[in-house]
Design a binder for this molecule. Structure first.
Ligand code: 8YV
Length: 336
């Protein structure tokens, strides 16, 4: 009798969904939320045919060096900067991610953060909880409007387009910058105008970052970019922490060069720069933009479908629904 393929599930996800893997494979399930260093990942991958991983597991050339049987690495997440896709591809290992299912949930949250930064929601709540509210104050905690303002979107993929569509309900003018301009029909549907990077930073009231992270855009939002922004503007990051130079952002917020910011992602997460933690004019959330129950479940469903198919089982045997495509990856490692 031939042995069943073996798969590694790197974090506890949803047991009822992961149970579908048991129909086809022997499953090695990590029981507790865990931090896996490179050596632990290499050891886990050495034994298996496939893996379901999250953004916390970095899978590169070193981790797969001894993984002789490995055929598929399926990310639970749309961004895949934790995977070295060229290294996987060079070994014939299929890599997949979970696009689409999280687009609207993540766009909703981008809007929530932008609004919280503009209207000082978390700052006001801290003020109230700390017993500092001395009574209704006409000029207290005044913020900036979203309606009628200009929204900027850096990175106009699926999530960026979702944010643009939401902006029409707020009568916002939408400017965007992307590595390539969108087709005219999509621009029309999103009511969005393409501008260059500098114009985007200079002309918007609220800027949202939704671009994929890669070495090429590391700290693309640096002191020089922040200096182009209006001092009344807000900056929201729901992409990856490494896109923003956090020290430069802390300076800009502390010196009144920027009104406020909202970050869901951090360069050294889960560590957060103490200077950001000390500021009042910033909203900080722990990487939860895709975190509605329904969407997190849909992400796991899709990742499980991908793993089953990538290892040649189930109805889509050999054709995982959302492989990370060669063309996309050749242009840029990582996507959002
Ligand atoms: C996920 C994300 O929570 O999909 C992404 O790229 O950043 C988040 O939605 C994360 O990737 C889980 O692994």
């Amino acid at each position: 009798m031939s042995e069943r393929p073996k798969v590694w599930v790197s974090q506890p996800l949803f047991d009822d969904i992961v149970a579908r893997l048991h129909d086809h494979f022997d499953v090695v399930q990590v029981p507790e939320v865990s931090e896996h260093g490179p050596a632990a990942i290499a050891t886990a991958l050495r034994e298996v045919d496939g893996a379901l991983v999250t953004l916390n597991e970095r899978v590169g050339a070193a981790e797969i060096a001894a993984a002789a049987k490995l055929r598929a690495v399926c990310n639970v997440g749309v961004g895949y900067n934790n995977l070295d896709v060229p290294a996987l591809r060079a070994r014939g290992i299929v890599a997949t991610n979970t696009p689409d299912v999280l687009t609207d949930t993540t766009a909703d949250f981008g809007f929530a953060l932008m609004m919280a930064a503009a209207r000082r929601v978390t700052e006001a709540e801290r003020h109230l909880r700390a017993g500092q509210w001395q009574g209704w104050n006409f000029k207290g905690l005044l913020g900036a409007d979203l309606h009628g303002s200009t929204l900027g979107i850096l990175g106009m993929g699926r999530i960026g387009q979702g944010i643009a569509r939401r902006a029409s309900g707020f009568d916002m003018r939408v400017l965007y910058h992307n590595r390539s301009r969108l087709p005219a029909d999509i621009e029309r549907a999103c009511k969005a105008e393409y501008v260059d990077f500098d114009t985007l930073f200079a002309q918007v009231d609220h800027l949202v970052l939704v671009l994929p992270y890669s070495a090429a855009n590391h700290h693309i939002v640096d002191a020089a970019a922040l200096a182009k922004m209006r001092p009344t503007a807000t900056l929201t990051n729901i992409a990856r922490g490494g896109i923003v130079d956090e020290a430069a952002l802390a300076d800009a917020l502390a010196n009144g060069r920027l009104a406020s910011a909202a970050l869901d992602v951090f360069e050294g997460e889960p560590a957060v720069d103490p200077r950001l933690l000390a500021l009042d004019n910033i909203v900080l959330t722990p990487h939860i933009a895709s975190g509605s129950l329904a969407t997190r479940r849909a992400m796991v469903e899709l990742a499980v479908d991908n793993l089953i198919a990538a290892l040649g089982a189930g109805p889509d045997a050999g054709n995982p629904p959302t492989p990370i495509s060669t063309a996309k990856d050749a242009k840029r490692p990582g996507t959002a």
